[in-house]
Design a protein around this ligand. Sequence first.
Ligand code: PMP
Length: 354
Amino acid sequence: MSFEIKVERTENSRLSQLDPENIGFGKVFSDHMFLANFKDGEWKNARIVPYGPLSMSPATSAIHYGQSIFEGMKAVAHQSSDEAIALFRPEENAKRFNRSAKRMAMPEVPEELFMSGLQALLELDRHWVPRSAGGALYIRPYMFATDDYIGVKPSDTYCFAIFTCPVGPYYTKALRVKVEEEYSRAAPGGVGFTKCAGNYAGALYPTALAQKEGFDQVLWTDPLSHEWVEETGTTNFFAVYSDRIVTPALSQTLLAGITRDSVIQALRHLGHEVEERPLSVQELKDSLSQGQLAELFITGTAATLVNLDGFGHRGEYHSVMEQGNQQVSREVKHFLDELRCGATQDPFGWVQVL
Ligand code: PMP
């Protein structure tokens, strides 16, 4: 299948207004966006147009019943030439997008449409990829239901879109997380393994409460007993012990992070032992008091890899940062950063240079 993409270039590039030293996160958008529509059972009208507002009916079903999914990925400057940029395992995002689509009764986006739209957009806006250290072009593919009909049923029509925004680092310090025991993010049989919009809306209130208590993020636990650690708001969770690294096993209630998978494979490549298995809050507390727990860190596209200062549980704060020197998290972060930008050879075939 091949898709023809019509391109309408902007006549007023905003690139010169970008201050590379002061980018922030998610507030400045690149010049163009990609759009395609699903109608009469097929994807059509693939096009790139200047970034700008979308007009829609007040009855647009995504707004009412939430058929809305997204992905998050990054392009970074690549050392192979002054203009080269690189994507990291983009086909994994396309696959996860379609797992989300299937669960939300939305049509799949053919991987070829996803990839060709993405590549065409990046070709056009490649100068928006920051070349400053720690900078990247964040890429937001998403799909939402567009029927103007308020009966509750899967929409017949959809819009698939991609826009991008230059970003600096998401978190700039070690984080304090609160082990959440009252609210749940996901349940067995539910939609926790998808990137549907509602998962993020449901997390906002508990996260705001945790922030009022002085935490940065919620550390979600299983919805039944609240004893088992799952993930944080937009990242997966890793515990570094003196002789191994443990991360919660994947399940229906956890988002299968692409950074998570990459970190696991990179750690093993670097000679570390990694276990994917259930991990309880009690185990974290016991291993900390026995001097076995050296580091905690979280992983995700936006955040990349960030250390946790510690975790709060039932009113007590357990400080982990002071236990170790962040040796393992630094080693794997450095390895992945170098691999992404071409400073070290990529033994996995993960990096796609454009
Ligand atoms: N968990 C959740 C809930 C997320 O939204 C994300 C971000 N996509 C992650 C984990 C990390 O996934 P990835 O490494 O693919 O960005």
